[in-house]
Design a protein around this ligand. Structure first.
Ligand code: THU
Length: 128
């Protein structure tokens, strides 16, 4: 199942999270329409505000490889409860796929949202 592959890739990327300050590793895996998966982890910095979330790191990897036809993303945090994407990541992903499927992977449950549900009345390219 494609969701299983996505979760696996997100878990692998989570192991690479650079999180000396928050000690809160996150992994994300983004699926493209042609079945490719781009993963990412959060990367923190001594200048805390420069931190890049796992979701944006996966997205930037894909875009820079010429892929932007996204279908779904899986996000793995380090908590029992699923970790939802931050507001900045919601906005960042909305740019490319307003109805992106977002799978939040918790230890006990997986919750799936449509990005439009998580970012209603979003500002996007169509507003410019
Ligand atoms: N983080 C993510 O990577 N994705 C999110 O959507 C939530 C927050 C990271 C940022 C920071 O490195 C750590 O989690 C704690 O906020």
């Amino acid at each position: 199942m494609v969701e299983d592959r996505l979760i696996q890739k997100a878990l692998e990327a989570q192991k690479n999270a650079y999180v000396p300050y928050s000690v809160f590793p996150v992994g994300a895996a983004l699926l493209t329409a042609d079945g490719e998966i781009f993963s990412g982890c959060n990367v923190e910095n001594a200048s805390y505000g420069l931190t890049i979330c796992a979701e944006r790191s996966a997205c930037v990897k894909a875009i820079s490889e010429g892929k932007k036809d996204f279908i779904a993303i899986a996000i793995v945090g380090d908590q029992d409860n699923p970790t939802p994407p931050c507001g900045a990541c919601r906005q960042f992903l909305y740019e490319f796929k307003p109805d992106l499927k977002i799978h939040l992977i918790g230890r006990e449950e997986i919750i799936t949202f449509d990005l439009r549900e998580l970012l209603p009345e979003a500002f996007g390219p169509e507003n410019l």
